[in-house]
Design a protein around this ligand. Structure first.
Ligand code: AN7
Length: 354
């Protein structure tokens, strides 16, 4: 077979796998780096989108999950568990199902996007909805995995970050060099930590000559790292990053300070604006992903970034994950009578028939 082999085979030399490790892959990774046609030129920067929504379950979580599930399977685990704002549960369920492992997902009741819940259900996970938020769900998962032989596959699991760091490798391979700035949404802060590991390793191995500044963005209603304290009732329309006590808090702060980067917050309105701007480039990403673009749009000039700087925004999840969020867009469906004349009249009014 002549196709992309999945990220474990592609980056085996950089990963803690052995010849004994069973490779559990859905052929994740190798996602496109899309040059921005509108947002980048308007800001005067050389902007790219790392479109992680094109992974097999529609988010970057697959990069971490191929590693976490392969290692769990190699260690003889029979079941895995995670807390999730949605994408981790969808990914864990898919990789577990395809590798004969039972999967339990603990989610905040009524607070995860419809597409993600649909995936976890379809993939036969045991879906438990708790009356609480993500942070509380994760506490329960930590308690259970301390006590029973069930593998935790949240990003506390170090193999998750090992897999996710490969996205940084891909960006360098695609650009031919590290970018000046890497912008990324921050929830539990695993991904920003993983990217930083990846950029550092590639520099050490001589695959690049520099590392980017890491720009992390939290939603204003759930911005514990920016505020410097836990948030008990995190709120934002970007449900994926509705997290009040990130597990990789310290590591994310280190990445930001070592890279001379920044961690800032963006409001829901700013996120929605960028969500629409991205759609205007033909890219449908979920609201949390748009936080990276919102952050760049807000801070590029404020922080004196030079014209033509190479900036990569990580678009962490596909727009189809969260179909309800589309209802927040300005564009609405127009009801019309089922006649030629009624439709003609509307198109004419819109200037489309000219
Ligand atoms: C689309 O699925 O935490 O900072 O449980 O789904 O590594 O947590 C999701 C996180 C960004 C934040 N964008 O990444 C989960 C979960 C999307 C996400 C993040 C998530 P981290």
């Amino acid at each position: 077979m002549n196709q992309w082999p999945g990220l474990i085979e592609a980056y085996r030399d950089f990963l803690p796998v052995t010849t004994e490790t069973p490779v559990c892959t859905l052929f994740e990774g190798n996602t496109p780096l899309i040059p921005s046609k509108i947002i980048g030129p308007a800001l005067g920067i050389d902007l790219y989108f790392k479109y992680e929504g094109l992974n097999p379950t529609g988010s970057f979580k697959d990069r971490g999950m191929t590693m976490a599930i392969s290692m769990a399977k190699g260690e003889g685990a029979r079941s895995v568990i995670c807390a999730s704002t949605g994408n981790t549960s969808a990914s864990a369920a898919a990789y577990a199902a395809s590798n004969g492992l039972k999967c339990v997902v603990v989610i905040p009741k009524g607070r995860i996007a419809a597409g993600k819940l649909a995936q976890a259900i379809a993939e036969q996970a045991l879906v438990l909805a708790v009356d609480g938020n993500f942070d509380e769900a994760l506490e329960i998962v930590r308690y259970l995995t301390d006590k029973y032989p069930i593998k935790l596959v949240n990003s506390i699991n170090p193999y998750r970050l090992e897999g996710q760091k490969t996205a940084a490798f891909e960006i360098v391979d695609q650009l031919g060099e590290a970018p000046d700035i890497l912008a990324i949404p921050v929830g539990n802060a695993g991904n920003i930590s993983a990217y930083w590991m990846g950029f550092c390793e590639y520099l050490e191995k001589g695959r690049s000559t520099k590392r980017p500044s890491m720009w992390g963005f939290q939603a204003a209603g759930s911005a514990p790292i920016v505020l410097g304290h836990k948030v008990d009732n995190p709120e934002t329309i970007a449900s994926a990053i509705r997290i009040g006590n990130p597990v990789r808090w310290r590591q994310a702060e280190d990445a930001v300070s070592e890279s001379n980067g920044l961690i800032e917050m963006v409001t829901d309105d700013e996120i929605l604006k960028s969500y629409e701007d991205l759609a205007g480039e033909g890219i449908f990403a979920e609201p949390a992903s748009a936080a990276s673009v919102a952050g760049v749009s807000k801070f590029v000039h404020q922080r004196g970034v030079k014209n033509g700087a190479k900036v990569v925004c990580v678009l962490t999840g596909h727009g189809l994950k969260d179909p309800d969020a589309v209802g927040l867009m300005a564009n609405k469906v127009q009801p019309v009578k089922a006649t030629n004349e009624a439709v003609e009249e509307l198109l004419d009014a819109g200037g489309i028939l000219a």
